[in-house]
Design a protein around this ligand. Structure first.
Ligand code: PNS
Length: 164
């Protein structure tokens, strides 16, 4: 049983995240998509909204026989990974610029918990510039996000903007 944690802020989930999850499904029997609860940050979507959106969009991806679960966590990622009896942490690497930070995290996590491996995966080239941060910025300045985030996510972002 190969179980991986795919951690992140997912604020919001992008097509790049879904691409990584789909690829991860070829390697793992179960992937837990784990949303970091970050008390100091002011997110666009609440944890509950992110959980709900993730669960919704995961229904549409090609998961083969892989079990996908959405959860949230606080504190150290490796502690959470151990409680979930995970073998690996999956992280997406888009460009060399991601690598430095990701390498530091992977090595720190390995020092803290040597039993858990970090697996880096590359998304499709068409998502190599897509990040949640840029998606929010483009959206807040009136740009269209077609093809960058699932339609439900774009719809919920618009709803949130109009409702305040
Ligand atoms: O999507 P993000 O924001 O790039 O994800 C970053 C995340 C959640 C993977 C990272 O911030 C994290 O693991 N935070 C949990 C706290 C922790 O374990 N810190 C030590 C990392 S070496």
């Amino acid at each position: 049983m190969r179980r991986a944690i795919y951690p992140g802020s997912f604020d919001p989930v992008t097509n790049g995240h879904l691409d990584i999850i789909e690829r991860g499904c070829k390697l793992f029997d179960e992937i837990i998509i784990a949303i970091l609860v970050h008390p100091e940050k002011k997110p666009f979507f609440t944890i509950d909204e992110r959980r709900e959106l993730l669960s919704e969009v995961l229904k549409e991806i090609d998961r083969a026989n892989c079990v996908l679960r959405v959860d949230d966590f606080q504190g150290l990622l490796v502690h959470y990974a151990v409680t979930q009896r995970a073998n690996a942490i999956v992280r997406g690497i888009r460009a060399i610029s991601d690598y430095e930070y990701e390498l530091q995290m992977a090595l720190m996590n390995r020092r803290l918990e040597p039993s858990i491996e970090t697996v880096f995966m590359m998304p499709a080239e068409k998502y190599s510039y897509v990040s949640s941060r840029l998606v929010k910025e483009v959206f807040q300045l009136g740009g269209i996000l077609d093809g960058l985030v699932p339609a439900q996510v774009q719809r919920r972002m618009k709803e949130k903007l109009t409702k305040g």
